[in-house]
Design a protein around this ligand. Structure first.
Ligand SMILES: Cc1cc2nc3c(=O)[nH]c(=O)nc-3n(C[C@H](O)[C@H](O)[C@H](O)COP(=O)(O)OP(=O)(O)OC[C@H]3O[C@@H](n4cnc5c(N)ncnc54)[C@H](O)[C@@H]3O)c2cc1C
Length: 432
């Protein structure tokens, strides 16, 4: 049986709450949720001299932000035609620029400026494409992308795929050399320290129970006391509670599962990833995997299920997927196996905005290591009334569906649908 805590915590330590202090009765801004989004927002607000209280229901950073795959880079999730169709053609260039360039530049500067020691390595990412048809379409999409924004990327045909990753399962892929990896637990701990050193008060184990209007501001009810705030920013993403109904109805919390193998040895891992790349794939299963920062292990994630499942079931699914990608490894054993919730938006696009006076930033749809701190910062600038807070993600709406009233009752059905798609993917693999 593997440890069910994230592998990242071995090196970084488990996220812990800062020492408890008496909560102030009144602040300029309360941030609800202290992951990458909330902590980055708290840092920006504190840097501009605002009094900020960032509250988390558990230890700050303990959810998705310290448990994820540790890949940075992001990029657009809808294709260019879909962006134009959904949001209008004027949104295409700014959306591509922010997701591919601005968010990454922001976090690289954040890590450098705050001297966050988080094993950042700009190794590049290989995106494995599942079929020849997808490979050809990705090549055409990349040509269009490069004409709109100066993204560094190149197509790698199937014949050269082993230069990037030792598998035959993909029909080639795309290399994005400026993407990379880090230890997410060290990263979020560093962002928390940065926010605190700028004067933000960060407190864990203090769930926000309710937010209500009070004159021109708000009363934030917590388990410890109520706090008056001029503004409130909700940064709860895949953990948005029922009390924050507007956001909860727009976010679909989907679990993602990860494992770390026992040490495989540096030569074996180098053999799998000759250039040390992060790898993500285009298939519905959306496997994503990478070498551990010390180059000794394989860290592997994917959609084992869309609902909570026992650890043994999840790790057996991931073991099967590893076996199909890297049959040369034989049976692998895991030291760690864990999961956390991503927050998906119905349009697979992050959103920043204000509803009934309450700000929100969320919906990274599985890819938030760059976007979450970036959009937390943008949301903070918006609260400050700073024109630099302008982002295309305030202009993208925030859709819900009439049948999403709060609890994600529909996920078991989505799970069945995706399993059918997985089966279709596998048939396609046999036939190609
Ligand atoms: C398994 C997994 C793998 C991933 N891999 C990658 C990757 O490799 N690369 C990448 O870019 N992205 C990845 N992501 C996505 C990325 O981790 C998230 O997009 C990002 O961490 C979101 O940060 P956040 O601060 O918005 O949310 P979170 O880190 O989830 O923080 C939300 C916080 O809100 C708090 N909260 C909830 N309710 C309340 C309340 N009532 N009061 C106070 N606090 C509350 C929670 O306790 C939590 O700490 C992955 C996600 C998962 C789950």
């Amino acid at each position: 049986m593997s440890e069910t805590t994230p592998f990242w915590w071995v090196d970084a330590g488990a996220p812990t709450s800062p020492p408890e202090v008496a909560l102030p009765g009144e602040v300029d801004v309360v941030v609800v949720g202290a992951g990458l989004t909330g902590l980055s927002a708290a840092r920006t607000l504190a840097m501009s001299g605002r009094s900020v209280l960032a509250l988390d229901a558990s230890a700050p950073g303990i959810r998705a932000s310290s448990c994820n795959g540790g890949m940075i880079g992001g990029g657009h999730q809808l294709d260019i035609d879909e962006i134009a169709a959904k949001f209008g053609s004027s949104m295409v260039e700014p959306l591509l620029r922010e997701t591919h360039l601005d968010a990454n530049a922001f976090i690289k500067a954040l890590i450098a400026d705050e001297q966050i020691d988080c094993d950042l390595a700009v190794t590049g990412r290989f995106r494995g494409l599942w079929s020849k048809r997808e490979y050809d379409a990705a090549g055409r999409e990349l040509d269009r992308l490069k004409k709109i924004v100066p993204v560094e990327a190149e197509m790698v045909p199937r014949e050269r795929q082993h230069e990037e990753v030792a598998t035959d399962i993909y029909a080639g892929g795309t290399v994005l050399p400026l993407h990379g990896g880090l230890n997410p637990a060290k990263y979020v701990a560093g962002v928390m320290e940065a926010a605190r050193s700028r004067g933000a008060v960060v407190q864990g184990d203090t769930p926000v129970l309710d937010v209500s209007h009070n004159g021109s501001g708000f009363i934030v009810e917590t388990t410890r006391r109520s706090v008056r705030a001029g503004n409130v920013l909700v940064a709860t993403n895949g953990y948005t509670p029922a009390t924050l109904g507007f956001a909860r109805r727009r976010i679909v919390p989907v679990p993602s599962f990860l494992v770390a193998t026992e040490p495989l040895g540096a030569d074996t891992v180098k053999g799998l990833f000759p250039n040390g790349r992060m790898v993500a794939e285009s298939r519905n299963r959306h496997c994503y995997y990478r070498p551990s920062p010390d180059g000794q292990r394989l860290v592997f994630g994917g959609r084992a299920a869309m609902t909570p499942v026992p650890e043994g079931f999840a790790s057996s699914q991931l073991r099967r997927l590893i076996g199909s990608i890297f049959p040369q490894l034989g049976e692998v054993t895991f030291s760690h196996s864990w999961n956390a919730r991503t927050g998906f938006a119905f349009d697979f696009t992050p959103h920043v905005g204000c509803y009934d006076g309450i700000w929100y930033a969320m919906g990274y749809s599985g890819s938030g290591n760059s976007m979450a701190p970036y959009l937390g910062h943008k949301a903070a600038l918006k609260i400050l009334g700073d024109p630099e807070g302008e982002t295309v993600f305030t202009r993208s709406g925030f859709p819900t569906r009439w049948w999403h009233r709060g609890p994600p009752w529909f996920l078991p059905f989505a799970d069945m649908l995706f399993r059918a798609r997985d089966a279709a993917n596998n048939v396609r693999l046999d036939r190609r």
